[in-house]
Design a protein. Structure first.
Length: 379
């Protein structure tokens, strides 16, 4: 519990000063991401995905400045607004430098008339951030070139589709079968992972998905077990990861080079290694975490933190100080410790043997059985 009380000086700072420090941290992180843009390839949409990730970060930061206007002086608000404008211009300049190279794109002309639903303009992003709306929903296609490969052929198979423009594999089409067993997915041409609208599924990403980690999005999942640790374990971490609207599930996120943004997750277990975790509007969650930066929670309650299990650590993780228990609650401004989170007691953590023997599942041991064994949600 030392880390919980370790930064009392910062906890006693006035809200405006705490926000100033947070703003500086976020601006520095966004600038670092934009510096890496020029070294990111444009084939397969990697550069566009990285730019979209920066764009979303700028939009979120702009929205947070507005939310904090009640306790930030007017002069500081103007300063923050100018900084956000400068970030937006820097990102746009970086995008413009990439335009002449687009003639080398390998996308089929068949899809040039379709808007990439995963990409939004700066104005769209700012508007969505202001209104707190989710991004556009994934599309499905009946004639997809992707298909799931069941480990156990007798099990029902979720549909995996390819977005016609972005080459994104999208696991969609909800299934209500509690008997659904583990399955892997084909990622032969994809650059990012999207898994949406599932109930009672056990989905395992194979090592062949290691080139599909420019970004990841999981949404609208209930009573699911999702394991993305294998393709992201060594040198192929997600650039960014978004989780939203998930309940009664076990999500093994794998590794994320940037931030993991988690919104509206309830009665679930999350396992994640990332630069930073940002948790919003979530409750009754156990989070097994390795984080290079201080985790941030907002509008959350009954959240419990534990360090990342040894089985999911890689060599790079062991060289970085894990700040899993240095949590900042942005909606708790009192000098006292936030009541919205706590350390998960050791005796209540998932035993090491279960990560190896239970979580992988088996022919007669699917999502429902795994969740029941781990006492997740209402499984």
């Amino acid at each position: 519990m030392a880390a919980m009380a370790g930064d009392e000086t910062e906890a006693t700072l006035p809200p405006s000063e705490r926000f100033f420090r947070y703003f500086q941290h976020e601006v520095t992180a966004l600038q670092d991401q934009m510096l890496r843009l020029d070294n990111t390839g444009i084939s397969g949409g990697e550069r566009a995905d990285a730019a979209d990730h920066c764009l979303a970060g700028i939009a979120r930061l702009s929205n947070e400045v507005k939310d904090a206007s009640s306790y930030i002086p007017a002069y500081d608000q103007r300063t923050y607004s100018e900084a956000i404008k400068a970030l937006s211009k820097k990102l746009e300049d970086s995008r413009q430098r990439a335009i002449p190279k687009q003639k080398f794109s390998f996308r089929s002309s068949t899809f040039t008339t379709r808007k990439n639903e995963s990409a939004i303009s700066l104005n769209d992003a700012a508007k969505r951030a202001k209104e707190k709306l989710p991004g556009p929903a994934s599309e499905t296609s009946a004639d997809s070139s992707f298909a799931t490969t069941p480990i156990y052929p007798a099990s029902p198979t979720p549909e995996l589709v390819q977005d016609g423009d972005s080459g994104t594999p999208t696991a969609s089409a909800p299934s209500s079968s509690d008997a659904a067993r583990a399955r892997t997915m084909s990622f032969s041409q994809s650059t990012k992972v999207t898994i949406n609208n599932h109930d009672g599924q056990h989905i395992i990403l194979p090592s062949s998905a290691s080139h599909a980690t420019s970004s990841g999005t999981l949404s609208n999942l209930r009573r699911c077990v999702i394991d993305m640790s294998t393709p992201t374990s060594e040198d192929h971490a997600f650039a960014g990861l978004t989780l939203r609207n998930i309940s009664d599930s076990l999500i093994i996120c794998g590794h994320v080079d940037g931030a993991a943004h988690v919104t509206n997750v309830t009665n679930s277990i999350l396992v994640v290694a990332s630069r930073q975790l940002r948790l919003h509007e979530s409750q009754n969650c156990d989070i097994y975490l390795h984080a290079a930066g201080r985790p941030i929670i907002e509008d959350c309650k009954d959240v419990r933190f534990a360090p990342l299990p040894e089985i999911f650590l890689n060599d790079a993780d062991r060289m970085i100080e894990n700040q899993w228990d240095a949590v900042d609650d942005f909606k708790w401004l009192s000098a006292e410790l936030s009541p919205n989170w706590q350390i998960l007691e050791k005796e209540k953590r998932v035993p090491a043997a279960m990560w190896q023997e239970v979580v992988p599942g088996g022919p007669t041991f699917g999502a429902a059985e795994i969740l029941n064994t781990l006492k997740v949600g209402s499984a």
